[in-house]
Design a protein around this ligand. Structure first.
Ligand SMILES: Nc1ncnc2c1ncn2[C@@H]1O[C@H](COP(=O)(O)OP(=O)(O)OP(=O)(O)O)[C@@H](O)[C@H]1O
Length: 330
């Protein structure tokens, strides 16, 4: 277990900004933290990198309780956590190289070693030909790459990323997320990524933590949340929000089934197959396919004319790898 958050909360005076929460993240895991503005996402990151002290609870990194460390030990432990910020937060009067080497300079790392580490990271994030540029001469995506390289300067085990793709166009966002995934694989990083963009969650999240008013409302793998019809994150991931509401408002929900499947694991003809196999009319009311991580998730709403056959149809769908996540008769 790399990172373990145990009963951590944060109060400012009388205001509780984060209720006690617990979760853990393994080596190589990407956790997306989502939630409305003011729900406590950034506060959670500040607690993990100990720029803010928790009001209660403990934060374990590689088994060590960071909240129990003295000042000197804490300084060492904090090197294991790198943070990349929204808009990259670069020093405008420093070049790319100088921005990346900042944490190394600050720690007094020997000059040749610092230079080599900086060159390696700048090259790794694809900016070797921009090493002597100033932030004002870079695109938004390039600035983020600098911020990521700087966050990795001290070879951390954990990378915290706060809205690092906000304001970037979709193509640049995708390239930054590809970089994060590649670095996660190469360095076995644990990544905690705060974002308000569902596209980001779809592309990279192993697990999702959904906060509302400082409380954890949902916390699970992206796949499990997708399968949960009551999950807010799940319906957002599939762009199914309005459809899900329409289910309850539907004139006659009898005979309706919402199903979820991984699209290349089911026969393309699954709807017409049902008609033939069960000798009943099966109407396809809505369907969509959404790429999530490396899989194509399909979600569909069908109506079965012969309600008596629904129990058997559900059993059959399960054997086909199609999960019924909502049944209009229930
Ligand atoms: N130093 C502070 N003193 C008092 N209240 C604070 C402090 N820092 C944050 N808060 C409050 O904590 C709450 C959560 O803030 P936080 O920045 O963590 O939210 P967020 O989910 O990251 O929001 P956003 O998406 O808008 O960045 C807010 O109501 C904020 O006003």
């Amino acid at each position: 277990m790399t990172l373990q958050i145990d009963n951590v909360s944060k109060r400012y005076g009388d205001a509780t900004v984060l209720e006690p929460l617990s979760w853990s993240a393994e080596k190589g895991e990407i956790l997306a933290v989502v939630g409305p503005s003011g729900s406590g996402k950034s506060t959670l990151l500040h607690l993990i990198n100990l720029s803010t002290r928790p009001s209660t609870g403990a934060i374990y990194l590689d088994g060590e309780d960071l909240t129990a460390l003295g000042r000197r030990q804490l300084r060492d432990a904090r090197r294991k956590i790198g943070t990349a910020f929204q808009s990259a937060a670069l020093f405008q009067r420093r070049t790319v190289n100088a921005n990346v080497s900042l944490p190394l300079d600050y720690l007094g790392v020997e000059k040749n070693e610092a230079r080599a580490q900086t060159a390696r990271l700048v090259e790794r994030v694809g900016l070797a030909d921009r090493a002597d540029f100033y932030p004002g001469q870079l695109s938004g995506g390039q600035k983020q790459r600098v911020g990521i390289a700087r966050a990795l300067a001290l070879n951390p085990h954990v990378l915290l990323a706060d809205e690092i793709t906000s304001g970037l166009d979709p193509v640049t966002t995708a390239s930054i997320l590809d970089l994060i995934k590649a670095l996660r694989d190469e360095l076995q990083l644990t990544v905690v990524l705060v974002t308000h963009e569902m596209d980001v969650v779809r592309a990279v999240a192993d697990k999702v933590l959904y906060l509302e008013n400082g409380k954890v409302v949902e916390y699970d793998t992206a796949a499990a949340l997708l399968r949960d019809p009551a999950s807010h994150v799940g319906s957002q991931l599939l762009n199914w929000g309005q459809g899900a509401e329409a289910f309850s408002a539907h004139v006659d929900p009898a005979g309706l089934l919402d199903v979820l499947y991984v699209s290349d694991r089911v026969p393309r003809t699954w709807v017409s197959d049902l008609t033939v196999r069960f000798d009943t009319e099966v109407e396809l009311i809505e369907a969509l396919v959404e790429p999530i991580r490396d899989e194509q998730f399909g979600r569909a709403r069908i109506r079965i004319s012969d309600h008596a056959k629904i129990p058997d149809i559900k059993v059959h769908l399960a054997t086909q790898g199609i999960a019924v996540i909502r049944d209009g008769d229930q």
